[in-house]
Design a protein around this ligand. Sequence first.
Ligand SMILES: Nc1nc2c(ncn2[C@@H]2O[C@H](COP(=O)(O)O)[C@@H](O)[C@H]2O)c(=O)[nH]1
Ligand SMILES: [Mg+2]
Length: 637
Amino acid sequence: MATLLSSGIVRMTTTTTTFVLKSAGLFKAKGFGGGSSSLFHPHHRQHMDKRRTLKAVTNSNSFSSSSNTNRAKKKATTSDDVEKRQRMTHMAKVRASFSPSSSSSSTEEKMFTVQHNLESLSDKIFCNRSLPMKSIRSVGFDMDYTLAMYKPETFERLVYTKTIAKLVSHYGYPKEILKSFQFDETYMVRGLVIDKKRGNVLKMDRHNYVKVVVHGFKAVSTEERLMTYCDSSKVGTSFTGNEYQAMDTLFALAEAYLFCQLVEMKDLVMIDEKKKKNKEYEKLTNVSYHQMFDEIRKSVDLCHRDGSLKTEVAKDPAKYIVPDESLKELLTTLKTSGRSVFLLTNSLFDYTNVVMNFLISGKTGEEKNLDWLEYFDSVFVGSMKPNFFTQDNNIIFEVDAKTYMLKNTDSGGPLTPIGGSDIDHVSAPSSSKPGDGENTYDSKVYQGGSYVHLMDSLGISRGSDVLYVGDHIFGDILRSKKTLGWRTMLIVPEMDHELEVLEETREEGVLDELKQLRERRDELDYKLQKIIFEEKRQKEKEKMAKTSEEMKMVEQLEKDFETAKLEHRKKTKEYHERFHWVWGALMKSGYQNSRFAHQVERYACVYTSKVSNMLRYSPEASFRAFSDTMPHDDSSP
Ligand SMILES: Nc1nc2c(ncn2[C@@H]2O[C@H](COP(=O)(O)O)[C@@H](O)[C@H]2O)c(=O)[nH]1
Ligand SMILES: [Mg+2]
């Protein structure tokens, strides 16, 4: 964002996008589908040893190994290592045996879609809405969490630590949290919603029906969950508005975790008379959950703006960002296929330069150069998405990539590079604008602006000619698709873990078993209800009492139904815990699609776990959607 200082100089601050939160621990919790309480034990975490972003980066050996080391450390105390290793070997075999020819696509599809080296499902691009790449003339990329995948164990931890420091110094939270709070980057997942007022975190299905609730880290009972969230006159139906915060981005996970920790701490203080009177905890006694969340949010926001995070990443990008050795090849392939390629990021140029140098050439610090710009036809930084897609009158600056100076404004001013001091100079306004053919190598970088400037710079007028690849369902995908008709690819690094567990469970026949259990349960339920209903009608007509035979039959049916229900519930819970011990599968909620999955389905034309998967397909590939199905489509009498 550019702010006009009193000196008349425009200084880059940082980007603003509305983002959210997250949190963890070993606490008492309810299971899925409102089952009985169970202790969240470290043992349960074995299911999470290959989680979202960690697995998203199979293209990086160094990262995989460091993550694995971390995970190995975590698991060292569990007794399931052997079983785990067996499972991994099993999965490697499954992967090796997987071939694209086993996919269900038709011969015609195969003729059009060249898929190479598809070794596992996690290499695949999934299609919601058909996308013939032939019609795409320009491919654009978001940077953070799209091209640059951050390492949760370092980056989220950094956000977490810096935020705590701000909560203490700016808002008076107890100093104790600086030392006592520990971060677990595996606890929170995307797609959840924070209920700020009640101090809860919610997981919902696609109908916005709340299926899992934790308060702090404590699972909320089924009765309480239903009482609180099933009355739409109390909580509404959309779970939007000021009381709620959706966790739409991976940037939000650290803050959500912190929120749970502080909720838990506040609750403990409130029942401890000694602590309640202690000055150290005064803040917690007085603050509401809602205010607490807002203060966390503001602190995180500040960390993104004041350089707390970016300075650290700039010092050692390899510590925080997963290298991507295939990126150069991908960008070159797209260019040589005749497409223009652009970068569109909310990050400012100084930081973009750090990240792109690292990703393209591995260069850091003084070694950085501008060679990476050669891979892009246009670079738009500080873009203020999603407004970039909806407002066409945003101010645009030209960025001099060598000096970081801003031009093209009446009062253009310099950008202060990370770690640098203000440059006491105001550049002359330039008359050139994107697309006028006068842009030089240095002047294809812009700050701000809108889709009009971007499309102009690329010489493109039709939205459907553009494919934009991003990670943020609202910031990147929704508006660009809805307002401009751009085609969209959503990056979901969590898919790697999701798909791996899916493959495993499918192989083991768990999914079939669950389906059968569900069918049995439903069948018994229908039968029972029908008998009870018919009997009642009959008896009312004839004023007869139930025969003992009939009573026995109903009793037996009731017993069978109860057994089937419990077994189905138990197996469903176990199944979900294989994805995540609290939140279950990212894309499912019970046996429905999750709220997150619903958004992915609605807004992303295609989705995949990592950008490098694009290299596994021909640039002319046609991604085809499966035909839509409704419950009646595959039903039998
Ligand atoms: N001011 C804030 N900036 C934030 C926050 N969360 C993330 N960010 C920054 O946004 C961009 C995202 O870039 P993109 O390439 O994905 O468009 C990056 O610079 C983040 O640091 C926030 O809460 N407040
Ligand atoms: Mg992003």
